[in-house]
Design a protein around this ligand. Sequence first.
Ligand SMILES: CC(C)(COP(=O)(O)OP(=O)(O)OC[C@H]1O[C@@H](n2cnc3c(N)ncnc32)[C@H](O)[C@@H]1OP(=O)(O)O)[C@@H](O)C(=O)NCCC(=O)NCCS
Length: 196
Amino acid sequence: MSRAGAVVVRRATPADAEAITTIHVDAWRHNYRGLIAETTLASLDVAARAAAWRLQLEAGAAVFVGTPANTQAGTLAGTRADALLGWVSVGPFRQSESARPEVRSLTPGWAELYGFYVAPRAQRQGVGHALWQAALEWCLDQGYRDLGLWVLAGNVPAIRFYQRCGLRDLGLDQDFTIDAQPLVEKLMARTLASPV
Ligand SMILES: CC(C)(COP(=O)(O)OP(=O)(O)OC[C@H]1O[C@@H](n2cnc3c(N)ncnc32)[C@H](O)[C@@H]1OP(=O)(O)O)[C@@H](O)C(=O)NCCC(=O)NCCS
């Protein structure tokens, strides 16, 4: 378990599945309005996603969650001590036949941040940086030397956050769709050998 300011970070358990899903869906609806179609945001199904999360967590998925360290002090005052503030999931970089050749040759052996979501009420208070530190430590412990992630091209605040974490845009954007909506995602990455 690690602490950073008003946040305690721990490994997620299957019992966190529903809270993880709620944060995921709330953050999509709060932060992706204007980026992803309203019909998609309205149709997100918490129950189905929570069941899938429970299975992944039971299988040992590396997910870290942040909870309030001290509800009496700091900017997270008033948050229930048992409430999750956010989560990050990490593992081996997913390889796809449809990825462009540069991505397929670069990323084998890398770690990937699959998902990174802070509850809308807790954003911009340092929770993301505490979770980032936990994910980074896990990657280093596992022996990874490079870390990458895909971020929606229009998600400017997240891109800025990742730049502060030392990641850079590799200029290897790829097209994808959600519910037939054409979207673009950016590959951001950093080596883990240099200081955080
Ligand atoms: C991107 C995200 C994970 C970052 O988490 P976060 O908890 O908001 O991040 P932090 O609070 O640690 O840092 C965010 C910014 O707030 C600033 N900040 C931190 N504490 C602050 C405080 N007390 N007061 C004001 N600003 C603060 C940081 O300096 C940072 O600035 P920067 O964006 O210019 O680097 C989160 O905002 C989020 O869930 N966004 C929506 C979902 C999303 O886009 N996820 C990424 C998918 S790829």
